[in-house]
Design a protein around this ligand. Structure first.
Ligand SMILES: N[C@@H](CCC(=O)N[C@@H](CS)C(=O)NCC(=O)O)C(=O)O
Length: 220
């Protein structure tokens, strides 16, 4: 049996959550509140770095979302979320890595602004938008006119980039300039796996409150 330790709002968790659902795998979900649960000895025994997500499969523990995605593909290959041609495999990996290495740091000020965490300068916001647009242009180029990054089939490229996609508009990114990406986003958010894992407004409000309290306690 699979046990999935996660926090619904975490983007690092969500890519694994979506993959589990897309692969129709049954699993037990354990929510880790991240308000201290992650430092409990039982959780540290699973992940000494106190991060979610964690997957336990019949006593075998996997940490790091990308390691979990690799494990799921190897252990439960059907339906596959992997590209097949050399070009598509390269594209899939590029999109995954650009998402975590380029998009995530670029949108940090936009995320903080969207969540109401402090005041970002106009310059910081403009610079973040400009960097994020380089990523969106890259995505649009790699998507081309295909339904998903690697063709007709959903792959990990869509899972990893696509778990950010519903936020682009709210982050203040001009999606009207990227009609093919907007259509791809719409295609994804109709899928049951996206519907199931999309945070509600209440989830977001609770997260915002928790973070604001934590920042106030740290004198930020
Ligand atoms: N590289 C890790 C990052 C995991 C991560 O940063 N998780 C955050 C939530 S998004 C976390 O567990 N934070 C709690 C903590 O560090 O105490 C992965 O991809 O799984």
């Amino acid at each position: 049996m699979l046990t999935f330790y996660h926090t619904p709002l975490s983007i690092n968790s969500r890519r694994v959550w979506v993959a589990l659902l897309e692969k129709n795998l049954p699993f037990d979900a354990h929510v880790v509140a991240l308000s201290g649960d992650q430092f409990q000895p039982e959780f540290l025994a699973l992940n000494p770095f106190h991060h979610i997500p964690v997957l336990v499969d019949d006593g075998f523990t996997v940490i790091e979302s990308f390691a979990i995605l690799d494990y799921l593909e190897a252990k439960y290959p059907t339906p596959s979320l992997l590209a097949t041609t050399p070009e598509d495999i390269a594209k899939m990996r590029m999109v995954e890595m650009v998402t975590v290495n380029e998009l995530v740091p670029a949108i940090n000020p936009l995320t903080k602004q969207m969540m109401g965490f402090g005041q970002e300068s106009d310059e910081a916001i403009a610079a973040a938008q400009q960097k994020a647009e380089v990523v969106l242009t890259f995505y649009a180029d790699k998507l081309g006119d295909r339904p998903f990054f690697c063709g007709d089939q959903l792959t990990l490229a869509d899972v990893v980039a696509g778990t950010f996609a519903p936020w682009f508009e709210a982050l203040g990114l001009p999606m009207e300039n990227y009609p093919t990406l907007q259509a791809w986003t719409n295609r994804l958010i109709e899928r049951p796996a996206w519907q199931t894992t999309q945070p509600t407004q209440e989830d977001l409000a609770a997260f915002r409150d928790r973070m604001q309290q934590r920042m106030a306690a740290q004198g930020q």
